[in-house]
Design a binder for this molecule. Structure first.
Ligand code: SF4
Ligand code: SF4
Length: 140
């Protein structure tokens, strides 16, 4: 296995410019254990904890994501943000797919999402790509 593929920093880099797990495309909610896990940066952005859910959650899209980048990455984020791996990022971590191929899958998915948004493709085309590349047993 190419050692580069096991580099967490390199794997993380495929997330930059993606943000599909933050912007409501892949997931509708993010589990957050309590107010301190939510943290001041998101609280200041008006994010509310849905405490009636078990575990508590916040609704996505997250207001901190901008063009696929987490703008509070250097500040406090909920624990789940640093722990979450979609199938694609996990495959990069495991050395099963090269980062360049992963980035191509992300770029294609973003393109199809834009086309769905513009009404020129059915939503099912996007769902197929999300299922194929990003959804696995760790995505709920
Ligand atoms: S959907 Fe996957 S590749 Fe995209 S930002 Fe989330 S974890 Fe990273
Ligand atoms: S805090 Fe950052 S990593 Fe967590 S959901 Fe929001 S944009 Fe994504």
């Amino acid at each position: 296995m190419d050692e580069l593929f096991a580099d967490p920093e390199l794997s993380m880099s495929i997330c930059v410019g993606c943000g599909l797990c933050c912007d409501g495309t892949l997931l509708s909610h993010l589990a957050v254990s309590d107010e301190s896990d939510l943290g001041m940066p998101l609280w200041a952005m008006g994010v509310e904890l849905i405490a009636v859910a078990e575990p508590p959650v916040i609704e996505l899209p997250c207001p901190a994501v901008d063009h696929g980048i987490c703008t509070i990455h250097h500040l406090h984020r909920p624990r789940a943000c640093s722990q979450f791996e979609c199938s694609l990022s996990q495959a990069v971590l495991d050395g099963e797919i090269e980062p360049t191929a992963a980035r191509a899958a992300i770029a294609r998915t973003l393109e199809v999402r834009a086309e769905v948004g513009a009404g020129s493709r059915p939503r099912s085309d996007l769902d197929q790509l999300l299922d194929r590349h990003f959804r696995g047993s760790i995505c709920e």
